[in-house]
Design a protein around this ligand. Structure first.
Ligand SMILES: NC(=O)c1ccc[n+]([C@@H]2O[C@H](COP(=O)([O-])OP(=O)(O)OC[C@H]3O[C@@H](n4cnc5c(N)ncnc54)[C@H](OP(=O)(O)O)[C@@H]3O)[C@@H](O)[C@H]2O)c1
Length: 603
């Protein structure tokens, strides 16, 4: 049996040359276990070669399975896409000069592109995709046994603002593979919380969940919400949220009453309010102790978005965590009438100052004013030539401009070309008129764009899908009630938090399987919608799908090949001794039964 990372990676590198298996998206609502080969060029030493050790299911996988190539990250016309982005892998080959070496255990930063790229080349192209691990590649995914990554990918990913593509894991004696694979969802939540901003009493941006905040997790019985709450709870007692509201189904909330996380927060002084999502008095209960400074949505529906809008405090933040598949789902933001200014000049300078943008694509910090390379749109200025001229005159030389009526632009300004994405948009007019202008311009917003309703007095119909994946724009101005946050692209710095100082998420593990049973696992979980994490072991390929209990393991051990039966019997014993909770020891028993070293026990 291999004892060292190097011995194991030698064995795996040999296997990588042969036909091997993976779970692939192959069409709308279709995933398949297929055999595949890596291109011969993968083995020349120029590219990275990795073996997957396992992968956790993410609810977003289900979204990609449903949508297939209409998903923003799945290339149009793809025939097979390797699934899985919560993965732990071992490096089998690394180009000279790279930051990782053969034998390293790594977790992979999943967001790779903040502009459309060709996923085979890691190069920007206008008809490309926002490529990400588990959504965009045939030869790379948590659920294929062996993976090939082009040599230039790490530099490209870092240039796109996501940090290091590979994050080295230093094995600790008691952490499980499954908890380590939570580096991705951990980072997703850690990062999304870093991107939250509220406006403090001095009008300044305040980042993160404010101390002593009132917060709500809508559909907070979700796995991601519990990971998020774990992070929110890891502050000093005097900074903990005053109130945490959680909505969900009655049965899952009843379970939640027993979670150590919830009881610990109560003991530390946080008021935990669990509200049945079918309760007709739900909105009243969600505001009983005050409106929320931060609301996370964990289920994409019109009802959820409307609830979020009703319970948000002034100057708070809506973290639209669950991005909608359906482009018609709207976050309806009420915008008040704009302030009255003493002069047109003052109006223009105040409205320019009110715009704000991320300092860089994946940087939570914001700066005020127009974008650095402004491409500015003006809508709803009909009959107000003087007003339009006042805005145009204030633009910096070289700014690109979109105006509805092509007219003479002041010298130094450039008319935008067709299909240009706008960084800053000013919309005049109120009510339906302004709403229609917004609807028309929303698909033309650049990432981190700012939109300012300079007259206000309307409800802005923000398409959740648009705000989630594509533009992440902000509505700006003194008349804006709250702001929005979303990140579905964890940064490597946040992955490292979990890797270097891992929090155990073993209590969340509710099911495991081997690679071949992933389709059954996905189908069961999708159908039953249970709480928890579901992990697949790549190396324990024929392990059946199992719920986490000694009884289920023993039952499954009947009529299985001897190695599987032994593995399950030993693992059941460990579950019995650990209150039926997942642990590193359960994993070790399974690996032992399969005659394989547990990857974290290699030296
Ligand atoms: N932004 C990102 O970067 C990012 C990353 C990962 C995941 N996500 C998204 O975040 C969401 C949560 O992910 P997860 O893995 O935690 O999912 P999950 O565990 O499957 O949770 C989904 C939640 O939705 C609730 N729910 C089911 N039907 C509902 C309905 N009709 N109305 C209201 N709530 C309902 C369920 O609660 P009850 O059964 O108790 O009602 C459950 O708690 C997903 O939409 C996922 O795609 C976003």
């Amino acid at each position: 049996m291999a004892r060292t990372f190097l011995q194991r990676s030698d064995q795996l590198r040999e296997a990588a040359r042969k036909t091997h298996r993976g779970i692939f998206l192959t069409g709308p609502n279709r995933i398949e276990l297929l055999s595949d080969d890596l291109p011969e060029s993968s083995f020349g030493g120029r590219d990275y070669l990795l073996a997957s050790l396992g992968n956790c299911r993410c609810a977003s996988d289900a979204k990609a399975i449903r949508q297939f190539d209409t998903h923003a990250r799945v290339p149009t016309g793809a025939d097979r896409i390797a699934l899985g982005h919560e993965t732990l892998q071992i490096v089998l080959q690394a180009p000279a000069g790279s930051k990782v070496k053969v034998g390293d255990l790594v977790v992979i930063t999943p967001g790779h592109a903040s502009e459309p790229i060709d996923p085979l080349q890691f190069a920007p192209v206008s008809d490309g995709v926002l490529a990400a691990l588990g959504y965009s590649y045939r030869f790379l995914g948590g659920l294929r046994q062996f993976n090939r990554i082009p040599a230039g990918a790490p530099d490209f990913v870092s240039s796109q603002g996501f940090g290091n593509l590979f994050n080295r894991v230093t094995p600790k004696h008691d952490i499980s593979l499954v908890s380590l694979a939570h580096a991705e969802p951990f980072a997703c939540n850690y990062g999304t919380n870093k991107h939250i901003f509220t406006i403090d009493q001095h009008g300044e941006f305040a980042y993160g969940v404010p101390p002593r905040a009132i917060v709500t997790y809508l559909s907070g019985t979700a796995r991601m919400a519990m990971i998020n709450l774990t992070i929110v709870a890891s502050v000093a007692d005097d900074e903990l949220p005053k109130v945490v509201y959680v909505t969900g189904s009655k049965s899952k909330l009843d379970e939640m009453e027993k979670y150590a996380l919830i009881n610990d927060l109560r003991e530390r002084g946080t008021r935990m309010v669990l509200v049945d999502r079918k309760d007709p008095a739900m909105l009243k209960k969600l505001t009983e102790y005050g409106k929320s400074d931060v609301v996370w949505t964990n289920y994409a529906s019109q009802q959820t978005y409307d609830q979020a809008v009703s319970i948000l405090a002034e100057r708070g933040n809506l973290n639209s965590y669950a991005g909608a598949v359906d482009p018609e789902l709207l976050i309806n933001m009420p915008i008040a009438e704009a302030p009255v200014y003493s002069s047109l000049e003052e109006e223009v300078s105040q409205n320019f100052w009110a715009m704000h943008h991320n300092k860089a694509p994946n940087n939570p910090a914001r700066y005020r004013g127009l974008a650095r390379e402004p491409k500015v749109g003006f809508l709803g200025f009909e009959g107000r030539e003087d007003r339009l001229q006042a805005y145009l005159e204030k633009l910096p030389v070289g700014a690109h401009v979109f105006v509805e009526d092509a007219q003479q632009l002041p010298a130094g300004l450039v008319k935008v070309e067709d299909n240009t994405l706008l960084t800053d948009v000013f919309i005049g007019g109120t009510g339906r008129q302004a709403e229609n202008c917004y609807k028309a311009i929303e698909p033309c917003l650049a990432r981190s764009a700012a939109v300012n309703f300079i007259d206000g007095n309307l409800t802005v119909p923000i398409r959740s899908r648009q705000a989630h994946y594509v533009s992440r724009h902000q509505i700006c101005g003194k008349n804006v009630p709250w702001h929005m946050t979303n990140t579905s692209e964890p940064h490597s710095d946040d992955m490292i938090e979990q890797v270097n100082n891992p929090v155990s998420f073993d209590w969340m593990v509710k099911g495991v399987c081997g690679l071949s049973s992933v389709p059954q696992m996905m189908e069961r979980v999708e159908h039953e919608q249970p709480f928890g994490s579901f992990y697949s072991f790549t190396e324990l390929e024929d392990l059946p799908y199992l719920e986490i209990s000694a009884e289920a393991f023993r039952k499954a051990s009947d009529s299985k090949p001897e190695h599987v039966s032994n593995a399950l019997t030993e693992a059941a014993r460990e579950l019995d001794s650990n209150g039926q909770c997942w642990s590193r020891k359960v994993e070790e028993a399974l690996y032992q039964g399969y005659g394989l070293p547990h990857p974290l026990n290699l030296s």
